[in-house]
Design a protein around this ligand. Structure first.
Ligand code: PLP
Length: 512
């Protein structure tokens, strides 16, 4: 039987085209390195120390901060995950109040639990007619501070996995007027700020801390990232936490991968991003003629609830074609040898980068044309029946939403609610009720329970639909009907769900 290495080598010789991360796209015509064993060292003289950078690694940090326009930049070798854990830990003391967008990555929740922070969750809406999160609106942040004046930190994801950005400049103004710090998870936006066709980076929009995964959208090796800091006074605390959350044997291979990526941007940004943007726009123009399959943002019109849509993310909507996201994903893979980044209920997502080729875009375009021709054009039926429910939230401090909410569940937590109404923007109405602080629920004894039997019980774990991995339920929250329906719908749609337990991975971990 082949081992992992043999399998990777075998796969690298096949002709699958990657519309997924890492952003280097295995483009070995564009990128190269010597034999990895030749440059894999430890902290020997002349090569500095990531955890006490004074030489060549400090220079690399300086080059990164100059390129992105940050006060300080720290290379990350544990991905954005390490940056998020370190940044949140450095920004506020144990037990502080924070505003967190509910669609934050799992690492944000881990930081909230480890540091015993008190989260006030802000829920993004859904872009109408889709299951895709909108941006977070400035007025939602205003409202968060009005209800919770003790907040010390705001954490948002922008852009999201699907390339949806929030108005970071306005949000930064609100956060700072309220005496708090703003941290932006820009894991999916390391390529922002290099071309006017893409949204601006949060680094230049007033955010205090910005974390980016270089490996997701730029030519860099997996696990590499950058944490930018625009608050000088935090740097000692931040460096302490970076030493806690990252290995004491940081990989020189990965660091040299960061160096190669930064050098490429320093020397060739203009030509690389001009060519890339032209290829993207040609692709959006060419797909505009499809009858049933549609690209989000492809018509270049504004999308309600979206500050800007990053064109690098190809969000292919399938519901009007009468096929599910899984079907599109499988067909692209099996019939056209195109590997997409992820599938959801009724869309698939492709990640592009400056390392994509014209041949790759053409292969995807041809495949979509064939699939569009074959599509029946009837609307996709979700696998769960539509359920209408009325709930009155218990009004815990964390989920203080006023009034009675009406929501519909249609294969996902979507619907209408009293919230911040915006024309064309559906605001999700369901808010789980927090019965125990997250860290306390995680520390309690727990037991696995079947899905149906879990109704009304308190979750001991996170349940995330992966990717992108933002949680449906977090430890300490009460499991109610819509959560069970959402998990069931995700199972029926063949999506990956993390956090389930039991031999068949079909049970929930419940606080004893
Ligand atoms: C929004 C978001 N933030 C953070 C992360 C973590 O990034 P990394 O894999 O670089 O640790 C991810 C990973 O998918 C993500 O989607």
């Amino acid at each position: 039987m082949n081992g992992l290495y043999d399998e990777l080598v075998r796969y690298s010789r096949e002709d699958y085209y990657p519309f997924h991360m890492p952003g280097h796209k295995r483009n070995i015509d564009m990128l190269s390195m010597v034999n990895p064993y030749a440059i894999d060292i430890t902290e020997i003289d002349g090569f500095d120390n990531l955890h006490n950078a004074q030489g060549i690694i400090k220079q690399l940090s300086g080059r990164i901060s100059k390129l992105y326009g940050a006060e300080y930049s720290y290379p990350l070798l544990g991905g954005s995950t390490a940056g998020i854990l370190s940044g949140i830990s450095a920004a506020v003391g144990r037990g502080a109040g924070v505003i967190a967008a509910r669609n934050c990555h799992r690492s944000v929740y881990n930081a909230l639990a480890i540091r015993e922070l008190k989260p006030y969750f802000i829920y993004p809406g859904k872009i109408c007619g889709t299951d895709i999160d909108s941006g977070i609106l400035p007025e939602q942040i205003e409202e968060g501070f009005r209800l919770n004046p003790e907040i010390k930190l705001v954490i948002l994801t922008s852009p999201t996995y699907e390339g949806i950005t929030s108005d970071i400049r306005s949000i930064a103004g609100i956060v700072h007027r309220n005496g708090a710090l703003l941290m932006v998870d820009e894991a999916h936006g390391a390529h922002l700020g290099f071309h006017k066709g893409f949204p601006e980076s949060a680094v230049r929009c007033g955010a205090d801390l910005v974390v980016q995964s270089l490996h997701k959208t730029l030519p860099a090796l997996t696990q590499t990232g950058v944490l930018h800091l625009n608050r000088k006074e935090l740097n000692t605390r931040l460096e302490n936490y970076l030493s806690i959350y990252q290995s004491s044997s940081p990989s020189y291979l990965l660091m040299s991968g960061i160096d190669i990526c930064i050098r490429l941007l320093e020397e060739h940004t203009g030509e690389l991003f001009d060519r890339y943007y032209r290829m993207l726009m040609d692709f959006y123009d060419a797909t505009g003629g499809l009858k049933h399959l549609k690209l989000l943002g492809g018509d270049k019109a504004g999308i309600p609830g979206v500050f800007r849509k990053d064109p690098s993310k190809l969000v292919i909507l399938s519901d009007k074609a009468g096929i599910t996201g899984s079907q599109v994903y499988d067909e692209l893979l099996n019939s056209f040898r195109i590997v997409m980044e992820m599938k959801s209920f009724d869309y698939v997502l492709g990640i592009t980068s400056i390392c994509d080729t014209g041949e790759g875009f053409l292969r995807l375009l041809d495949a979509l044309k064939v699939m569009d021709e074959k599509a029946c054009g009837c609307k996709t039926l979700h696998s769960t029946p539509q359920v209408k429910t009325q709930v009155t939230p218990q009004g815990t401090p964390q989920s203080a939403v006023q009034g009675t909410l009406k929501y519909t569940v249609q294969g996902s937590l979507r619907g209408e609610a009293q919230g911040i109404p915006r024309e064309g923007l559906a605001v999700t109405g369901y808010r789980p009720v927090q019965a125990l602080p997250m860290h306390e629920a995680m520390a309690r004894k727990s037991t696995p329970l079947g899905l149906e039997d879990s109704q009304g019980k308190v979750s001991a774990g996170f349940i995330c639909i992966y990717p992108p991995g933002s949680p449906v339920i977090v430890p300490g929250e009460i499991i109610e009907g819509p959560v069970i329906e959402h998990i069931t719908a995700a199972m029926n749609a063949g999506l990956e769900i993390t956090g389930l337990c039991g031999d068949n991975k079909d049970m929930l971990d419940i606080v004893f």
